[in-house]
Write a protein that binds this ligand. Structure first.
Ligand code: NAD
Length: 284
């Protein structure tokens, strides 16, 4: 079997086109969605991500405000800024680029973002709403994974899904969203005993480990849909996923590439959340 590629470029362009159309409709009603992105410090990867988010906003007709703060910013200064953006009616979404410098408590900052402007879907209120299936902002990476699986036409309902990784931003919410789509879900993590056996039983395998090539061909059930969330920079300077792509292509029915896969969808889903925030805040 040679897997078909789930093309993040094509799919993310579709999602962004949807966000652009929704933005245009909001603008006709006098509302221009606006995303505020706060970047503290000089982390090179974060700078790339923030530039990407501003470009995506521009592409979709969404206003963006990028606020760059020095590395030595205090928690009080950052909380004050988040508070100002929270009160600013022109700002619909607030995103604080992670990681933050060591002197700042990430949790306190995320908690300070009002749930209705938490377009990353990281605040406890949004996480709780997702858990009980209430309207909320879905975290962008897991929501992008679901969209990629659905794009294959493979029904999720009744399937056995295995998620490797249990982080709050990827693994746990990915598992919850698969459960909400009626998959039978197993979460594997660093202490899982029979990882290979569990993975090779998965109709849908989501890898969010952070280790290049961690998922080998023998861990993949023939015909599985494989979603590779990992972004690992190799010694060759290139980006690698968590999955041994060449080996997985021999087994899977569909697979996402790295780069050109989940990362692009994460960006696109943020645009959808920002438009949704603007609509909700204006009762539209
Ligand atoms: P994390 O380090 O918070 O979590 C990694 C998870 O992997 C942990 O829950 C851990 O239990 C599990 N794990 C580690 N070693 C393991 C092992 N030997 N066996 C089984 N499980 C093991 O990372 P994260 O934030 O969830 O990110 C995971 C990967 O996804 C990283 O490569 C990250 O760069 C990438 N990522 C990509 C996107 C995107 O948009 N594509 C977004 C977020 C994260």
């Amino acid at each position: 079997m040679q897997a078909q590629i789930i093309d993040g470029k094509i799919l993310s362009a579709q999602v962004k086109a949807e966000a652009a159309a929704e933005t245009a409709a909001l603008k006709e009603k006098g509302v221009t969605p606006c995303l505020a992105v706060i970047l503290v410090g000089e982390d090179p990867a974060s700078q790339v991500y923030v530039r990407g988010k501003a470009k995506d906003c521009h592409d979709c007709g969404i206003d963006s405000r990028v606020i760059r703060l020095p590395e030595e910013t205090t928690q009080a200064e950052l909380l004050k800024l988040v508070g100002e953006l929270a009160a600013d009616k022109a700002v619909n979404g607030i995103l604080v680029q992670l990681p933050l410098p060591a002197q700042i408590d990430e949790k306190a900052v995320i908690d300070a973002i009002p749930p209705e402007k938490d377009v990353d879907g990281f605040s406890p209120v949004n996480v709780g709403r997702m858990q009980i299936g209430e309207p909320c902002f879905l975290p962008c990476t897991p929501a992008g994974c679901i969209r990629m699986i659905e794009s294959t036409g493979t029904p999720i309902e009744g399937k056995r899904a295995v998620v490797i990784g249990r982080s709050n931003i990827v693994g746990k919410p990915a598992a919850l969203l698969l459960l909400a789509k009626n998959a039978t879900v197993t979460i594997c993590h660093s202490r899982t005993a029979n990882l290979k056996e569990l993975c090779s039983s998965a109709d849908i395998l989501v890898a969010a480990v952070g280790k290049a090539g961690f998922v080998t061909g023998d861990m993949i059930k023939p015909g599985a849909v494989v979603i590779d969330v990992g972004i690992n920079r190799g010694e060759d300077g290139k980006l690698h996923g968590d999955v041994d792509f060449a080996a997985a292509c021999e087994k899977a029915s569909y697979i996402t590439p790295v780069p050109g896969g989940v990362g692009l969808m994460t960006r696109a889903m943020l645009m959808k959340n920002t438009v949704q925030a603007a609509a909700r805040q204006n009762g539209l």
